[in-house]
Design a protein around this ligand. Structure first.
Ligand SMILES: *Cc1c(COP(=O)(O)O)cnc(C)c1O
Length: 411
């Protein structure tokens, strides 16, 4: 099946008991059991079934299955947010006294949470992951994982996943990729060698910004060395499902950042149109890029631009388009604010991946907690505006940018 058909039909559609074409919302915290024996089996992983929604629930499980199919993994765990998914994905395998190697070009919230990990004895070394030597130099015998975004938010650098995965594997390390900005519509990191992929499903997967959620998906391929990852030893009996079994029987279950069944339902609906939304969003982003490139005093950053530093890798790695996010630099913070205030269709929102076009000034908002050096490394400048293209009619967007730019020049 091709991309859009698979979104609808790759897994059992709806509910086989009633013929409902959508998966019903199982709005129940807990599930009764046929016998005490059955309940015992469930608690010892000796039977399939549901016990308590913090651990799993049929609506959430349906969403997890669809995410596994979308990302080409063997198992997924749905979480209450993208940040919860990132935290679970990493803390499942990194302990106090150990280290993470992460890209300098990350979503601001991810940079913040890595700093929070310091209080628990976990250090993160940030490097430019396009520089293989720098990555090699950052790896020590305490490193347990490498983390990057497929398209960095908001730097829009495109990471060479194949090369980074090979480097990680040479050092016996798993590669965790955040695929939120690109989505599986543009690239499947697991197919290129990454071991675990995380998505903030609050964004393009949900599609219309009606709820916060995240998910992690395991390829099942990484061979967990018992000395390096001693916590994995007792889960070795789950074979290729060891990583997700450890999470679901441990940190994920016990810290309780589970997805709400209603959110899983919204995400299942949103996912059905991921392909057609991304097609339109990528086309709108590209049209905006082409229009803005011609405007004096504006520089545009987009991996689809031929003069982009990341164009070659974007062309090689991304299928079907270059993504829905672009950034522009307009000369000063004052001009950036004036342009944002003059636009009427794009809304000032700290979010991406909506049906509506969204704009933000990252330097004063998302990266408010970053140091000057972190901002420079993340490609965040005080005259930079991030634009997340929506599905509006492109003519309306271009007319709106035209009037907003004219109002700037009139001042
Ligand atoms: C939004 C975002 C996150 C965090 O996701 P939440 O659902 O807001 O917790 C993580 N990574 C990237 C790239 C994001 O854009």
């Amino acid at each position: 099946m091709r991309f859009n058909t698979a979104l609808l039909h790759s897994k059992k559609m709806g509910d086989e008991h009633t013929g409902a074409t959508l998966t019903p919302v199982c709005q129940s915290s807990a599930f009764y059991q046929s016998s005490a024996e059955q309940h015992e089996k469930l608690f010892h992983n000796k039977a399939n079934g549901y016990s308590y929604t913090r651990i799993n629930n049929p609506t959430i499980a349906a969403f997890e299955e669809r995410m596994s199919a979308l990302e080409g993994g063997i198992a997924s765990i749905a979480c209450s947010s993208g940040m919860a998914a990132i935290t679970n994905a990493l803390l499942n395998i990194v302990n106090a006294g150990q280290e993470i190697v992460a890209s300098t070009s990350l979503y601001g919230g991810s940079i913040d949470v890595f700093h929070d990990f310091e209080a628990f004895g976990i250090k993160t070394v940030f490097v430019d992951v396009s520089d293989a030597q720098a990555v090699e130099a950052a790896i020590t015998d305490r490193t347990r994982v490498i983390f990057a975004e497929t398209i960095g938010n908001p730097k829009l650098d495109v990471v060479d996943i194949e090369a980074l995965a090979q480097l990680a594997h040479r050092h016996g390390l798993p590669l965790v990729m955040d695929n939120t900005v690109a989505t599986a519509y543009l690239v499947q990191p697991l197919a290129l060698g990454a071991d675990i992929v995380v998505n903030s499903t609050s964004k393009y997967i949900n599609g219309s910004s009606n709820s916060i959620s995240g998910v992690l998906t395991d390829s099942g391929r990484f061979k967990w060395d018992k000395e390096r990852y001693p916590g994995m030893a007792e889960y070795a009996r789950f074979g290729k499902f060891a990583y997700t079994a450890k999470l679901r029987n441990g940190l994920f279950r016990n810290t309780g950042a589970c997805m709400a069944p209603q959110t899983a339902f919204y995400n299942l609906i949103g996912m059905e149109t991921l392909g057609i939304r991304m097609e339109r969003i990528c086309a709108n982003a590209l049209a905006l890029v082409q229009f803005l490139e011609k405007q004096p005093g504006i520089t545009v950053n987009y991996p689809g631009l031929e003069h982009s530093r990341w164009h070659a890798i974007a062309d090689k790695q991304l299928e079907r388009g270059y993504g829905g996010i672009l950034t522009i630099r307009v000369g000063s913070k004052e001009r950036a604010f004036a342009l944002m205030n003059a636009l009427t269709i794009p809304k000032i929102v700290s979010n991406i991946g909506d049906t509506k076009t969204l704009i933000i000034h990252p330097e004063s908002t998302l990266n408010a907690h970053s140091t000057e050096e972190e901002k420079a490394d993340a490609g965040v400048y005080d005259d930079l505006i991030r634009i997340s293209a929506g599905i509006e009619d492109i003519e309306d967007l271009i007319e709106d940018f035209t009037q907003a730019l004219q109002s700037l020049d009139a001042e």
